[in-house]
Design a protein around this ligand. Structure first.
Ligand code: PLP
Ligand code: COI
Length: 343
């Protein structure tokens, strides 16, 4: 198979239309698998539930080319399970894990020419999405649903690769207590667009959201979880019911504990403690692990500047990032069940 002629090393994080996507439709209590299709457009009624009541959820994952030329994905079963949780909370039909994983593998295999070669730094981003496609005018779930998986070759999410980024504390909340913060609902991102653009206009890469009930504890960013390294080199993981359970974060934590011998402490983290942390990073599929050099708090005008600074990634963040990347591209052995070979 001949690869597409792309400038792999200089890709941004964006959509490139590839050759195939995978589709299934739900109606009358059953899934119908269309399988691979070529049309990248979807035609819907103007009265489709998704347009009015935002009945939609999605996932984000990546495929990697290994050193020996295979293509693999990383823990797709975890994304399948998380999408099932999203669907339950949004009154959408649950897709079996096997169907989800089959859809992902078929999409990647069919688009193998678009999967960036090993060593380019680029990856193939996979976006499974489900929407309420049926007509619905009264506020109620749709009666028909569409599930699609498509993918696109991508480079790094933040410009500058692993150069530390600056964040600001959002004056808006991301997720209500007992709301939808723990699922990957499109509506969580719709409401984040205004604060995201505010952060960008002020010169910050992303927002840090605080717990909405008390605005005392740190939750996560708009599109990634947060991690900290304390003075004793422990990995500190914020705990909250309204954080999205990141597959990357759970994997980094496992890597920290089992590959690098770090002590991992998952607990509520007060915003006031951040000034005592040695390192800060955000993590997610798109972002991998991005070091955070500084967090600005518009409420007080203060900056928290982490000792690792704005030039270099901190040593613990560097080690866990590199170890995870090596696992994902099969350079070092993965824990059982993490690597799913596509071809
Ligand atoms: N938190 C939010 C709000 C996200 O959108 C994402 C991205 O998927 C993550 C965390 C990271 O999750 P994962 O590592 O599973 O991609
Ligand atoms: C991902 O990391 O896959 C996401 O979905 C985050 C998104 C904000 C790009």
């Amino acid at each position: 198979m001949e690869k597409k002629n792309l400038d792999w090393a200089n890709l941004g994080f964006g959509y490139t239309k590839t050759d195939y996507r995978w589709q299934a439709r739900w109606a009358n209590g059953e899934w119908t698998k269309d399988g691979l299709v070529t049309d990248g457009n979807v035609t819907l009624s103007e009265a489709a539930c998704v347009f009015h009541y935002s009945q939609s959820c999605f996932e984000g994952m990546k495929a990697y080319t290994t050193k020996d030329g295979h293509i693999v994905t990383f823990r797709p079963d975890q994304n399948a399970l998380r999408m099932q949780n999203s669907c339950r909370r949004l009154e959408m039909p649950v897709l079996p894990v096997d169907t989800f994983v089959e859809a992902v593998k078929e999409t990647v295999r069919a688009n193998a020419a678009w999967v960036p070669p090993f060593g380019t730094g680029a990856t193939f981003y996979i976006r499974p999405v489900m929407i309420g496609s049926g007509i619905q005018i009264g506020v109620a779930p749709a009666h028909e649903f569409l599930f699609r998986v498509f993918g696109s070759p991508v480079g790094s999410y933040f410009k500058g690769g692993v150069k530390p980024i600056a964040l600001q504390v959002s004056q808006y909340d991301r997720a209500a207590p007992r709301g939808t913060g723990h699922i990957k609902a499109g509506l969580n991102y719709a409401m984040s667009l205004y604060p995201t653009m505010e952060a960008h206009r002020a010169g910050y890469a992303e927002n840090v959201y605080l717990d909405p009930a008390t605005r005392t504890y740190v939750e996560e960013t708009g599109g990634a979880n947060l991690l900290f390294v304390d003075q004793d080199n422990n990995l500190i993981v914020p705990k909250s019911d309204s954080i999205l359970p990141s597959v990357t974060r759970r994997s980094l934590v496992y890597v920290g504990e089992h590959y690098l011998g770090l002590k991992v402490i998952e607990r509520q983290v007060k915003f006031s403690e951040l000034k005592d942390m040695k390192e800060c990073a955000l993590c997610g599929t798109a972002a991998v692990l991005a070091p955070v050099g500084k967090i600005h708090d518009p409420a007080t005008g203060n900056d928290i500047c982490f000792p690792s600074g704005m030039e270099e990634i901190g040593p613990v963040s560097k080690k866990i990032r590199e170890t995870l990347l090596a696992i994902q591209s099969c350079e070092i052995e993965a824990p059982e069940g993490w690597i799913c070979q596509v071809c």
